[in-house]
Design a binder for this molecule. Sequence first.
Ligand code: ADP
Length: 470
Amino acid sequence: MNKHFELVIDGKGEAGAEACFDVINPATAEVVAQCPCGSTEQLDQAVAAAKQAFVSWRRSSDAERRALLHRIADDIESRCDELARLIVEEQGKPLALAESEVMGGVAWTRYNAELDIPVEVVEETSDKRIELHRKPLGVVASITPWNWPFMIAVWHIMPALRTGNTVVSKPSEFTPLSTLRLVEIINLHVPPGVINIVTGAAAIGAAITEHSFINKIIFTGSTQTGQHIMRGAAGNLKRLTLELGGNDAGIVLPDTHPAQVCEDIFQAAFLNMGQTCAALKRLYVHESQYQDFCERLTRIAEQQVVGNGLDEGVNFGPIQNARQFDKVAKLVEDAKQQGATVLCGGEAIKGAGYFYPPTIVANITDGTALVDEEQFGPVLPIIAYRDVNDAVARANASDSGLGGSVWSSDSDAAKEIASQLESGVSWVNCHAQIQPNTPFGGCKMSGFGVEFGLEGLLEYTSHHLLYVNK
Ligand code: ADP
């Protein structure tokens, strides 16, 4: 596999002006590749190129941009194998999951290609016509995290391009490689300056936040960094879409058939080794079924094959980085100290790599850090409840409001409870299901704005009302 990477600025590949940094494979703790590191001067050049390219790109036709997104999707698809392996090496997830990440990127790209950007006729009479148009914003910066590096970059970049904006991408310093390749691919199809990428850590992110020629930031990451971005973006009133952390609750109603839901609950909680903003992070089970759910979920956890995501048969990878690994281990240690019972896992796996087994924690309740905070790792606390109204109150007693779910054999009853959850999305008998045509985003401190669907696309535009007196 080609392990040479460059920034893309104004259509050209470039070395980083700062010293390269290592990208670490979390399964081996070895270096995958050296990543070029951009300077703030290179960021300025990338933004200037994007600003210049916007002048003609905004005038490109709708048909042209549609066709182009389809060609980019074709190109990504034809390189699925290489991209998926790169994602495994830098991120750690099992190969099959990385393949679905790439193919998800293809699906989202095609969906954006096919969306119509509406022109709404607000009023039409014999003497006047009022039309509502949508105009691109200008230079959009995308700042991405390390959990789904490729797919989230696609989520940010494709709607921006589709609506006629130009882009500067800044991937996470932990997982920049698949995004560098993605931008290389897109750059084969678009005029110079339409897509640019500058790598680096918080300092480049902060420089993006304050840059006066950037018109919008689409950010997926932690709430704390989202707050920094919001403060920094005030200078030129950047538009923001902030997809931040969550601490999603799942509530299992007492009539639920455990055999029918436990596998789905497990997958929802441990998707991507639990490193998913809208994963199920705390499970409330009625006391009458508590024991049964604990036992079944433990059995499923024990069946996972933990290892290097490139190895045959492995379906559970490492935690992506050492800092997150330490955080997860500390939360579990703290829960033990508070008297919780670890039913399986609960100890880091010795050896190279950041391996932590799927861990189920019982006899735990709200007020423990593992329940109250987003663990963002392979651990699920299971909490017993007696009264469903109390479970809903506990689910809502959180600053986060990304997703939540209710599980039951009576989907109407579950829907009624689900509608009481304070979250951007409430699922019934599933969790963490997202799709390109469905607006997704959080409330409270999980952020604001949505991605996906027409509503998500229109966040890359501003209103332009044409009021014509005939
Ligand atoms: P994590 O702590 O899990 O890495 P972050 O929210 O800090 O999550 O990181 C997500 C993205 O935000 C990364 O690309 C990171 O480099 C970037 N980032 C970190 N700090 C800042 C900041 N102060 N301003 C802008 N971006 C930042």
